[in-house]
Design a protein around this ligand. Structure first.
Ligand SMILES: *Cc1c(COP(=O)(O)O)cnc(C)c1O
Length: 411
């Protein structure tokens, strides 16, 4: 259950969102967010916060990041009219093509932004965490580009599941550290990266991979990912002749979704829908649908919605897509849900696999399993809203998922 606000409270919070008041001085998005960290990390976070304020307002820094986006990442990414899908669904379907960005997903927008920031802040070593390996690959590539050594923490379980991405990171010059503590997946990898940062907070910079964690990370990652929505808004107005009626994006930690949604938050007539991993079904432990089925609590440094049991123990999650398989979510999404500006739905493993297959055959686009969840929800919406225009954030490509897809095709 999300926090319960009155209609007046919702309206006031929404106005603050539009006035760009969040995060506030305490790093909060309304009641959510903040900074719950060990004392040893306080100086490092204070330095980071000052650096973020300075460089995100520095036109020269923003220009250097924008140059990297244009020349190295390959932005702006295309806006594609999905002709066959539109015909099949009876709606007008547009795709924002983050799968065409360098390294195959939106993660690079943030990784190169933070790598450039780390360089400015005088870091000598970059650390990052990764679950599926996509953020690890993006960080390894960005570090190579800016000339900083990169160490990636990855759960031992994930290292086995995602062997091709481990090889890619090593090829790009990164050191991959196996994390054998806790659940040996993403959550443990984030804990380990934080622990390592404590050991040398002055020289190490931690590139976080989604809009999660303690302030200022949710803000920093949102700013770097908002390029998606800025481009998409211009493109769809020019190419389609107007705004979409609804926008869909998959939500793991929530970075591609917040990046796409941000430019449209003020357009009340545009429905925004985040789609989480429904896994095998609605029972605790069977999914990663944090906003749809979770409760408020503190996870990895922020007050947000999380999957926890009655004792407050964080719950293991399940999803066919490793990138959505996380028991928390970015605090800004928790706010947008509680004020009713964004709806959060979920799609099951099976629905996502079917949607992926349909998109492949209709448009010749092999999308990521994460992204396929957004397509599954969009298809349902289209069947209830014939003739309407919808935009889907195509967050990444699915080449990385071939092992999973082959296993399902056989099964
Ligand atoms: C990592 C990943 C996601 C999930 O992360 P968010 O921070 O929620 O965007 C979604 N899609 C792809 C392709 C990814 O690699």
């Amino acid at each position: 259950m999300a926090l319960d606000f009155s209609e007046t409270e919702k309206e006031i919070l929404y106005q603050s969102v539009l006035d760009n008041k969040f995060p506030d001085d305490m790093g909060r998005f309304g009641p959510f967010g903040g900074r719950y960290i060990p004392e040893t990390l306080v100086p490092a976070f204070s330095r980071l916060e000052i650096g973020v304020k300075k460089y995100l307002n520095d036109p020269q820094f923003i220009e250097s990041w924008q140059n990297e986006l244009n020349e190295w990442v390959g932005r702006p990414t295309a806006m594609t009219y999905a002709k066959q899908l539109s015909h099949a669904w009876g709606a007008e379907v547009w795709l924002k093509r983050e799968d065409l960005a360098h390294t195959g997903a939106h993660k690079i927008n943030n990784a190169i932004g933070q790598a450039l920031l780390a360089k400015k802040l005088g870091a000598k070593q970059i650390i990052a965490e990764t679950g599926a390996g996509q953020h690890g690959v993006a960080s390894a590539a960005a570090c190579a580009r800016v000339g900083l050594p990169c160490r990636v923490y990855m759960g031992a379980v994930d290292i086995k599941r995602q062997a091709p991405n481990v090889d890619r990171m090593r090829q790009l010059g990164a050191e991959v550290c196996a994390v054998k503590t806790g659940d040996q997946t993403l959550r443990a990898a984030i804990d380990e990266a934080m622990r390592n940062w404590v050991s040398d907070p002055a020289d190490i910079y931690y590139i976080i991979g989604s809009a999660v964690g303690p302030h200022p990370y949710p803000f920093l990652v949102r700013e770097f990912q908002s390029v998606i929505g800025r481009e998409a808004r211009k493109q769809i107005v020019t190419q389609a002749g107007g705004l979409p009626n609804a926008i869909f994006a998959c939500v793991g930690g929530g970075s591609n979704a917040i990046g796409l949604f941000h430019s449209f938050l003020g357009d009340r007539e545009v429905e925004l829908i985040g789609v989480e991993a429904g896994g095998h079904g609605p029972d605790l432990g069977q999914n990663a649908a944090t906003l749809a089925t979770g409760t408020p609590g503190v996870l990895q440094g922020a007050y947000t919605m999380i999957l926890q049991n009655h004792d407050g123990q964080v719950q293991e999650t399940h999803s066919v897509s490793a990138g959505l398989d996380y028991s928390g979510v970015g605090p800004e999404h928790a706010l947008l849900q509680s004020i009713g500006r964004v709806d959060y739905e979920s799609a099951t493993d099976t629905e996502a696999l079917l949607a992926l297959s349909e998109l492949c055959k209709a448009e010749g686009i092999l999308t990521a399993l994460e992204t396929a969840h957004a397509f599954a929800a969009a298809k349902k919406w289209a069947s209830n809203n014939p003739g309407k225009r919808l935009l889907i954030g195509n967050s990444g490509r699915g080449d990385k998922d071939m092992i999973t897809l082959s296993a399902h095709m056989k099964g």
